[in-house]
Design a protein around this ligand. Structure first.
Ligand code: EZ4
Ligand code: CO
Length: 402
């Protein structure tokens, strides 16, 4: 069997998606997600200029070897752009292999460890009151786990809270706009929010929160400690992850579970975090973390340290990634939870999906392969539109993490 060609499909049904389609001499093709929010064209160019020419003629069945060809075989390895390309290739190859063998992807990964995938959704409001109402709406819609983000008194833009009351969408059209941030206002406010949410809804619902990399290690330790009484399912990205040792301070002071790594892209971002048991959930998704091939290894290492998966699943990851994640989550033993931000309706015009949401869980069907297809004619109706993630400054003007 041979790879005859591959192409990159860029479309923007409400937001940009990059999809890799690999063709074979047996007529079977595979799809991979290659979307890197705000940096889409960098991945497109990397795939088109460097990866696709090298893929042609290779046997698509040799996934491990091809993975290493684009990882070990590349001198300038790692990094988000390069690893998103590797991930897309890997997903498309697993899709092909499962289609060739006539089976859903999860079956190739060890079969079913569970029938349904626990997901968490997002609730956000401009202030505590509105946020609490939104949490109630999500519970009414069947969710058993809710990420709670709220506007903060005295801060103009808060991560995860859209101004116009629309569903939260990370990127906005055009160049990056600037937001302003005040950590002390955030730290003073957040525990009171969770106290109210627990008072209203009790203990029988999983609550999560994303600090979005905005604390120093000691600030994160204070936050995790003060949130401890409200029993979060997890506190996400309490600090920026480059300094793995930084998470020791959080652990020293609190039992609030920690999730990290939606911007990570290899196992090497996690080694200290795992071996020192500094975290509880890995966030690195298939689309940015080397696909099935690499995440199987990361998840296996995590399992040794009682760490579970909780993959990133925002709207800027395509349905191809989400479906592949659901197969992965179905198969592995140490699955924890899956983030689920439903895509806009028009996304389903372009991508035909094989999953559905019922009563707090996502279910995947037995379509062979990953099970998602792309309608290229419909995709062509929605051409690429430049969009960017915001940048963030402290209120005194200092450049900061978004
Ligand atoms: O900011 O996907 O947990 N979810 C997140 C997301 C990320 C966006 C970046 O593109 O942090 O909202
Ligand atoms: Co996040």
């Amino acid at each position: 069997m041979k790879i005859t060609d591959a192409k990159v499909i860029v479309c923007s049904p409400g937001r940009n998606f990059v999809t890799l389609k690999i063709f074979t001499d047996e007529g079977i093709y595979g799809l991979g997600d290659a979307t890197l929010n705000g940096m889409e064209k960098a991945v497109v160019s990397h795939l088109e200029e460097y990866c696709i020419p090298a893929l042609k003629g290779k046997d698509p069945r040799n996934i491990e070897d091809i993975w290493h060809y684009f990882y070990k075989g590349v001198y300038w390895k790692r990094g988000s752009v390069s690893m998103t390309a590797v991930s897309a290739i890997d997903l498309a190859l697993w899709d092909i292999k499962a289609k060739v063998l006539g089976t859903p992807l999860y079956n190739m990964l060890g079969g079913k460890s569970r029938n349904k995938i626990l997901v968490y959704c997002h609730a956000n409001g401009k202030d505590s009151e509105e946020t609490i109402d939104k949490v109630g709406e999500k519970i009414k819609n069947g969710f058993r786990a809710v990420r709670v983000q709220s506007g903060i008194p005295g801060i103009d833009h808060t991560y995860g809270v859209p101004k116009d009351n629309k569903p939260y969408e990370p990127a906005a059209k055009g160049l990056a706009h600037e937001e302003y941030w005040d950590t002390s206002k955030y730290l003073n406010f957040l525990p009171s929010l969770f106290r109210k949410v627990r008072d209203v809804y009790g203990e029988n619902i999983h609550l999560l929160h994303d600090a979005h990399h905005r604390c120093t290690p000691i600030e994160a330790a204070r936050l995790a400690k003060e949130l401890e009484p409200f029993h979060l399912f997890w506190l996400e990205d309490p600090v920026s992850g480059e300094l793995q040792e930084g998470l020791r301070l959080i652990r020293k002071h609190s039992t609030t579970p920690v999730a990290i790594g939606e911007v990570f892209n290899t196992i090497y971002d996690y080694t200290t975090l795992m071996t020192e048991q500094l975290i509880d959930y890995i966030r690195m998704p298939l689309v940015h973390g080397g696909g099935i091939t690499h995440l199987l290894k990361v998840a296996a290492m995590a399992s040794v340290y009682h760490i579970q998966t909780g993959f990133h699943g925002a709207t800027d990851l395509s349905p191809v990634n989400l479906a592949a994640a659901l197969h992965f989550n179905t198969a592995i033993n140490n699955f924890g939870i899956q983030e689920y931000m439903p895509h806009q309706e028009i996304v389903n015009e372009v991508f035909k999906v094989n999953y559905n949401f019922t009563d707090g869980y996502l279910f995947i069907d037995d379509t062979h392969g990953i099970g998602v297809d792309i309608d290229e004619k419909k995709a062509a109706k929605y051409p690429y539109e430049k969009a960017s993630l915001p940048v963030n400054r402290k209120t005194n003007g200092t450049m900061f993490y978004w």
